[in-house]
Write a protein that binds this ligand. Structure first.
Ligand SMILES: Cc1cc2nc3c(=O)[nH]c(=O)nc-3n(C[C@H](O)[C@H](O)[C@H](O)COP(=O)(O)O)c2cc1C
Ligand code: SF4
Length: 425
């Protein structure tokens, strides 16, 4: 069994109601990284260099190298620059960011303060998903604690570095997790994605240079600064530095969040989650959140849990939401449920997504309800082809990829449904 070094959840005790507070965080070496860079006047570019060395990749879905993203911010620009944390977490299967904010909110605040220092941002927003009130309130309390203790606000720890952080309560729409829709939403507009380019580093919040990272990404930063980028990299694998929190749901004995080194074999992770419920067989697994392609159980059992290995196996690590499906799962029903989600959450701005997600859902729905036609599978393939890569944002891809993967790996079940008008399982 892998010996886990935990970066974000180390010594976090969800059963202790005071564990999230500043005084507990300080006992766990909290704010030591921020104190270190301020006391030693570490040049901002060295902080970015350390993050580059760590091979930390964005934990929000795309896995983009964080240090590289930070280096895109024009530090020399003297006007306002913004830092935004994406705590929207709407992807089905993902429930890690809310636990970070609930049980260890100061690690996020410290990570954002360090990022602001590195990129010269004076103002930051933490965009919290609209449906999680208690978490938002917890973040409000934590920000206030940090402000009173001098870790946020003007002249942090007596230095000339100032950083104001605000929590922003979102509206509960999945699309507001897409970074540019999120920016529109903070600006008080309808949460609809913008065309890219320009990217947020040059035209972000209120048209100013902005860096957006996921909650888990920022929360990984204090450890990197305390222990060094090299050490963080070594926790994981080359190009896949550090640890990752996997949200495991579905047919396992112990669903929950597990923070493990990147590159851990999937079989080991499954064992940590108590193994398959009722000792049943693993039929399929979505390894990175519901928008990622499903993989058959036997492929998963041979795969390691890091960005590159999952990509090689034919899917994506995404946000690290591992959805486990045993052999009682009807894949047609599962896909029907997923496709309804994307249909419902499309912002309606572009035609292939607005119309296509509806068509995908309606066709899968009729197959599930015994009204499928033999030509439906080719039609689904064709529709998915006409959505993927043809939309303003990646929600279109998120709707199309699961359909293609289900048809690729579990086509027999769809054919059976059409021919027999009932489930195979
Ligand atoms: C439809 C859609 C929803 C998204 N939802 C989230 C989300 O809830 N949280 C998140 O961090 N990133 C989400 N993303 C990815 C963000 O656009 C962005 O890539 C990410 O916040 C960047 O942070 P990172 O580099 O730290 O991963 C979403 C993307 C799309 C297309
Ligand atoms: S792909 Fe869908 S969600 Fe994204 S902008 Fe187009 S219509 Fe909106």
């Amino acid at each position: 069994m892998t010996q886990s070094v935990q970066v974000i959840l180390a010594d976090v005790n969800p059963t202790d109601p005071e564990n999230w507070r500043l005084k507990s965080y300080l006992k766990r070496d909290g704010y030591a990284a921020l104190k270190k860079i301020i006391a030693n006047k570490i040049p901002p570019e060295n902080v970015i260099e350390e993050v580059k060395k760590s091979a930390l990749r964005g934990r929000g879905g795309a896995g983009f190298p964080t240090g590289l993203k930070w280096s895109f911010m024009p530090r020399q620009y003297e006007g306002d620059k913004y830092l935004v944390c994406n705590s929207d977490e709407g992807e089905p299967g993902t429930f890690k960011d809310r636990d970070i904010m609930r049980y260890n909110p100061h690690i996020l605040i410290e990570g954002m303060a360090i990022a602001a220092y590195a990129m010269g941002a004076k103002t930051g927003y933490n965009y919290v998903h609209g449906e999680i009130w208690e978490t938002y309130e917890r973040m409000e309390e934590a920000v206030e604690e940090a402000r009173l203790a001098g870790f946020l606000g003007n002249n942090i720890l007596g230095s000339d570095f100032s950083f104001q952080l605000y929590n922003h309560h979102g509206y509960g729409a999945y699309i507001c997790g897409e970074e540019t829709a999120l920016l529109e939403s903070i600006e008080g507009k309808k949460g609809q994605p913008r065309f890219k380019p320009p990217f947020p580093a040059s035209y972000g919040l209120y048209g100013k240079p902005t860096t957006i990272n996921n909650t888990e990404t920022f929360a990984s930063v204090p450890w990197i600064i305390r222990h060094g980028g090299e050490k963080y990299l070594q926790l994981g694998k080359p190009n896949n530095g550090g640890t990752k929190i996997f949200s495991i749901s579905g047919h396992v004995n112990k669903p929950g969040n597990y923070e493990v080194p990147l590159g851990i074999p999937f079989a080991e992770l499954l064992e940590m989650a108590g193994g398959m419920r009722g000792g049943r067989k693993l039929k399929g697994c979505i390894p990175g959140g519901s928008s990622m392609p499903v993989l058959p159980g036997d492929v998963m059992m041979k795969t390691d849990m890091d960005y590159d290995s999952i990509a090689k196996a034919g899917s994506m690590l995404g946000s690290g939401a591992v959805i486990i499906m045993d052999d009682t799962t009807c894949m047609v029903r599962a896909l029907e449920r997923l496709s309804y989600f994307y249909y419902e959450e499309s912002c309606g701005q572009c035609t292939p997504c607005r119309e296509g997600t509806g068509w995908l859902y309606r066709i899968i729905n009729r197959i599930e309800h015994g009204k499928g036609r033999p030509e439906d599978l080719d039609l689904l393939d064709n529709l998915a082809d006409n959505i993927q890569g043809r939309t303003i944002c990646a929600l279109g891809d998120a709707a199309a990829m699961p359909v293609r993967a289900m048809l690729q790996h579990f086509r027999d079940e769809f054919v059976y449904h059409i021919e027999h008008k009932k489930c195979m399982v």
